[in-house]
Write a protein that binds this ligand. Structure first.
Ligand code: FEO
Length: 403
């Protein structure tokens, strides 16, 4: 996609659309993504962020539609991760900018990535302002959201917040603004992005939301570095981040399993019967077909996580081990859990999944159920009972208001 888009007078989107990327460090980007970059024309011409190295041509092509890139004075690096700075070394060669603005941690990260001490760095921190002429840019450091170097750029006269990774979505589209796409699909991608990238930093998101509220910034538009720009009711995504980062679950249960010969799958269905008949919204996900990152999206607002795996070679099945490794890093909070599974002769999987839950500080509600080979009627009855028991706890311990 090579089409610049006017964001505001004198401000153009000049980024790139990546229709085909499907993996972001284990996150299934099933609909691609965009790498957003913004060109601001003023007495000083500034480029906010660049793109992934392989999209350098798209960025240059888009800038040329507005201006000769050599006329750019300032480069602003809100975030050093290579999906935003990969094209930077070549852009610096072309542009020869007067200054490269970044946070102190940004400067260190740029040097650690590109080994160039000679670039014209200008370090800025929260509250620092630079003038582009008619407009001023204020910087807000957002450390660990989600890298130590991350920061926002706020263009006061335009009431535009360029928010780096925060408030983004991995979704490749020809449209550039939230009011041009389906609102529920947009919110799905924004929630998936939050759950898979920002969830472990939820306490910092809470602090950031409060800090930004205190600053009382007029915000007319929020432009993240991925996905759609929030033009219509931009504060809706800040409100969603406030909600998600509080990690107050809904009365919802998530059953995630992998199965060898369908016995564990049969148990999953019986547990879901117990939950559903008790009136708890329940989602059942089979790791053979559901991606780990989609499981995490469902986990974002679920109270209970119930894990199922057959025992294989004295262990859980490998897809469950992968799931738990990924989930542990994302540090979900305020959850309750349980485990179940079928086994042949040793039956370690349930115990191992319980340990993994405890390790993640997820309250294990029940020792769990393991059934030998193929579940009989009595065994499945125990599974239904487990579902009912979890339903009682879910209803008692979760928030039932609107989310
Ligand atoms: Fe989109 Fe943290 O990079």
């Amino acid at each position: 996609m090579r089409a610049i888009v006017k964001v505001k007078d004198g401000i153009n989107w000049v980024g790139a659309v990546d229709w085909s990327v499907r993996d972001f460090h284990g996150y299934l980007t099933q609909k691609g993504t965009t790498y957003n970059a913004f060109l601001v024309m003023d007495e000083k011409i500034a480029l906010f962020d660049t793109v992934k190295k392989s999209f350098k041509g798209d960025l240059l092509h888009n800038i040329y539609k507005v201006i000769d890139p050599k006329k750019i004075d300032y480069l602003i690096v809100n975030h050093v991760e290579p999906d935003h700075s990969g094209a930077l070394p070549e852009m610096i060669e072309v542009i020869k900018p007067e200054k490269v603005f970044c946070s102190a941690r940004g400067k260190k990260a740029l040097i650690d990535h590109y080994h160039r001490e000679d670039w014209p760095y200008e370090v800025v921190g929260t509250g620092a302002e630079i003038s582009l002429g008619k407009r001023k840019v204020m910087f807000i450091e957002t450390r660990m959201l989600h890298w130590p170097d991350s920061m926002f750029s706020y263009l006061k006269e335009d009431a535009l917040l360029i928010s780096s990774d925060a408030f983004g979505q991995h979704w490749a589209t020809s449209e550039r603004f939230n009011d041009e796409v389906d609102a529920s699909e947009l919110m799905f991608h924004a929630a998936k992005y939050y759950a898979n990238i920002l969830l472990p930093y939820s306490p910092l998101v809470q602090k950031l939301v409060r800090d930004v509220q205190k600053m009382d910034l007029k915000i007319d538009m929020i432009a993240p570095d991925h996905g759609l720009i929030w033009r219509d009711s931009p504060m809706q995504i800040v409100a969603a981040y406030d909600r998600w980062s509080q990690q107050t679950p809904k009365p919802k249960a998530l059953i995630v399993y992998d199965t060898m010969w369908h016995s564990t799958e049969t148990m999953a269905k019986a547990i879901s019967d117990g939950l559903i008949e008790s009136g708890v919204s329940t989602k059942v996900m089979d790791l053979a077909v559901d991606h780990r990152s989609d499981v995490i999206t469902e986990l974002l607002d679920a109270k209970a996580i119930i894990l199922g795996s057959s025992t294989l070679n004295n262990n859980m099945l490998p897809r469950m081990a992968d799931m738990l490794c990924y989930m542990k890093g994302l540090r979900p909070a305020n959850k309750i859990g349980a485990a179940f599974g079928s086994y042949g002769w040793s039956g370690e999987a349930v115990k191992l999944m319980n340990s993994a839950l405890e390790d993640m500080k997820i309250k294990v509600l029940d020792p769990g159920i393991q059934l030998q080979y193929v579940p009989d009627h009595a065994g499945l009855g125990k599974c239904v009972e487990l579902g009912r028991k979890i339903a009682d706890a879910v209803k008692k311990e979760s928030y039932s208001g609107a989310h």
